[in-house]
Unconditional design. Structure first.
Length: 265
């Protein structure tokens, strides 16, 4: 992950326009979209799981319209006419290079494509998108001895960025649920990070218990843990319940976030 640390304009948190400069298939189901924009050197960045609200035109034949308000951007979006109101979704900033005014966002190409997945699948150089800096939550306490990082494809950008930000002597157990081996990525991890890819196979995303089954069989290192758990809502909830109720991890040392919710079987 690249984060520009050179002096730059004061960070701002308002919707800003960006354009696609490149796309690249990382796996059969993951595509990286590289963006540029004249204001990206002011994009406020707080950490490796930094959330960006993305704004997409409602249709390909409609020009993207962004809210002018920073503090009240959501009411401004809601007040727009239906035919121009942008679609808003949440994604993780995979890479930010303020000096080059570039940003990478990785999109999962879902079988049942939503607006973000559909847009990314056909994104071309010059296509426009809006981005809004919206903060980060990853915050291991100072006394953390080791980290537990758990997620599915939707959490892969955040967890990959976290792994790459670990110090050289950092220790982590990483459990990543994906469809199969073609979904795995090479991550720049320190020697103390043990990455385990969990393949759910033919089971639909959001309906596998492979993460919880593997976690129950995992021996934890000695010391104070910090857990970052993200992905499908039911998986995240079950993992948190296991960590707190069965492993005795303090609630305040577990960050969990349901990025999406699977449909009923």
């Amino acid at each position: 992950m690249t984060i520009d640390i050179a002096p730059s304009p004061a960070p701002v948190r308002h919707p800003m326009l960006a354009q696609v400069v490149a796309t690249r298939k990382l796996t059969p189901r993951l595509i990286r979209v590289t963006l540029t924009g004249s204001a990206l050197d002011t994009f406020g960045y707080d950490g490796p799981d930094h959330l960006a609200r993305v704004f997409l035109a409602p249709r390909a034949d409609v020009e993207l319209c962004l809210p002018a308000s920073a503090e009240r951007w959501w009411p401004a979006v809601q007040a727009m006419p239906d035919e121009v109101r942008p679609i808003v979704r949440n994604y993780t900033v995979r890479r930010l290079d303020g000096g080059r005014r570039e940003m990478d966002i990785d999109f999962v190409l879902h079988a049942e494509a939503g607006p973000g997945s559909s847009w990314a699948a056909t994104a071309a150089v010059g296509d426009q998108i809006g981005v809004l800096s919206d903060g980060a939550e990853y915050a291991p306490p100072a006394d953390t001895d080791w980290q537990l990082l758990i997620g599915d494809e939707t959490a892969l950008p955040a967890i990959a960025a976290i792994v790459e930000s670990l110090p050289a002597d950092g220790h982590a157990l990483v459990l990543l649920e994906v469809g199969d081996a073609t979904d795995e990525l090479d991550l720049a991890a320190p020697s103390g990070a043990r990455i385990t890819w969990l393949h759910r196979g033919a089971t639909r995303a959001g309906h596998s218990d492979i993460v919880l089954r593997t976690l129950r069989e995992t021996v934890f290192p000695v010391g104070a843990a910090y857990a970052f758990v993200a992905g499908e809502s039911a998986m995240v909830t079950s993992v948190r319940r296991h960590l707190v109720g069965e492993r005795g991890v303090a609630k305040q040392r577990v960050y969990f976030c349901g990025y999406w919710r699977a449909a009923a079987r």
